[in-house]
Design a protein around this ligand. Structure first.
Ligand SMILES: *Cc1c(COP(=O)(O)O)cnc(C)c1O
Ligand SMILES: [Zn+2]
Length: 420
């Protein structure tokens, strides 16, 4: 049973049937899924959700598929980790990490959107799936396509980290590395999608795909005991996840699962690619595209398709946004690893460093509940951090050799114990 009523243009409100459409024919606005919320309210309950498997389909009434889910049966329901040591480092009282770095099967938030998009692609009868990606999306599309037995083409900018390239190739897709940046890839993919008629998860299936991002927020609310956090910080690239967190919280209120206690949403970007933060801080609606130059390649989108909606959602929530330098991003990665034992990629380093900056600037108060969304995994981007960590101490296999080394290490360990 599906509660999807159809698609609707976000700009002019024109309605469309449930088809693989993504732009309005009249005004070129993006299309959005609309639901029968009254029907959902009557059907859904906290108990019903709690009785279901711990994956993202436990919120299926609020997801845009008609039949049974086809993929993603182990995706989502990632840990919401209480983070007291990082909290102490940031000087805040109640801090949590929503840890999508351990999402199944490809270790980023993208497994949420892809699970929904590929389930929908199968319902529509596509036999070939594809995407324009900065890396994580390609990994996830390739893995889900393999599981579902679909043909797969993934498009990425050339020069990505090895972990992201091999992390797609292993599943057997055709990977096309396009000379240029993500924005060049994306432009090309719109043309390829039109010509070849494939299911491009983030182009022609975008309205379905983006709905999967809501599950990140549904889980945060459920894991907090059906409550909103006061603040949530998340990275913005193309601008999919952030507005969908806002939509998800509103939906939970609308269908009676939580109370509206307000949640401020904050966007995090790298200084080397911060078109959304620039617009937010200048107070304009207009996103000026930039040419990305940052180690945070998974969020290096200079011309974000949904940037406008990020700005709107942040403002409406009462939140804000900040950007941080590559150096601060590396510090953010290390800080999270050394306080909470979680290894994230530069996008996650951005999320931590921006949270820190927002607290320091007084944008986020120190005594309210804060969630930092960690959207990707550090094991895929070893190059980014390799030079910033200590090398192993190489010794011969003798006790003497170790004794000697240990003597040198003791003063350092003491200093660390005091410094922490
Ligand atoms: C894609 C991605 C994001 C956010 O991208 P949006 O396009 O704004 O949804 C954040 N972190 C990581 C690691 C990503 O791969
Ligand atoms: Zn329209």
């Amino acid at each position: 049973m599906s509660f999807v009523k159809g698609l609707q243009c976000r700009e002019c409100g024109q309605e469309y049937p449930k088809e693989p459409l993504h732009v309005c024919e009249t005004c070129f606005g993006p299309l959005e899924i609309i639901y029968d919320y009254e029907g959902i309210k009557k059907s859904i309950s906290r108990e019903k959700i709690a009785s279901r498997d711990k994956n993202l389909w436990r919120y299926r009434e609020l997801l845009p598929i008609d039949g049974e889910p086809q993929v993603g049966l182990y995706s989502g329901f990632t840990p919401l980790v209480r983070a007291p040591r990082l909290g102490e480092a940031l000087g805040v009282k109640e801090l949590y990490i929503k840890d999508d770095s351990v999402n199944h099967p490809t270790f980023s938030y993208k497994d949420r959107v892809v699970a929904v998009a590929i389930s929908k692609a199968i319902e529509f009868g596509f036999d070939t799936v594809s995407c324009a990606s900065t890396g994580n999306l390609a990994n996830s599309v390739a893995a889900h396509a393999a599981k579902a037995g679909l043909n797969c083409y993934v498009f990425i900018p050339d020069g990505l980290e090895q972990g992201k390239i091999i992390g797609s190739a292993i599943y057997g897709p055709k990977t096309v590395a396009v000379k240029g940046n993500y924005d060049d890839v994306n432009r090309l993919c719109s043309e390829i999608g039109d010509k070849y008629g494939w299911a491009f998860v983030n182009v022609n299936l975008r309205p379905y795909y983006s709905e999967g991002a809501k599950t990140h927020a549904f889980e945060v609310a459920e894991q907090l005991g059906w409550k909103l956090p006061n603040h949530i910080v998340v990275a913005s690239a193309g601008g999919t996840i952030l507005p969908k967190l806002a939509k998800a919280f509103k939906e939970l209120i609308k269908v009676g699962l939580i109370e509206d206690t307000g949640c401020k949403i904050y966007s995090a970007q790298a200084a080397g690619c911060a078109p959304i933060i620039t617009a937010l801080q200048k107070g304009t609606d207009w996103i000026t595209p930039v040419k990305p130059n940052t180690i945070a390649s998974s969020i290096a989108i200079g011309n974000p398709a949904d940037g406008y909606y990020v700005v709107q959602a942040v403002r409406e929530s009462g939140g804000w946004g900040e950007s941080v330098t590559d150096e601060e991003i590396l510090e953010g990665i290390k800080l999270l690893a050394r306080t909470e034992g979680i290894f994230t990629e530069p996008a996650g380093g951005t999320e931590v460093a921006v949270a820190k900056k927002l607290v320091q600037k007084g944008r986020i108060p120190r005594d309210e509940s804060i969630v930092i969304s960690i959207t990707g995994n550090g094991y895929k981007t070893l190059e980014a951090i390799a030079r910033s960590v200590e090398k192993p101490f190489t010794i011969n296999a003798t006790l003497e050799n170790f004794d000697e080394l240990y003597k040198q290490l003791i003063p350092r360990m003491k200093a660390k114990a005091v410094g922490r």
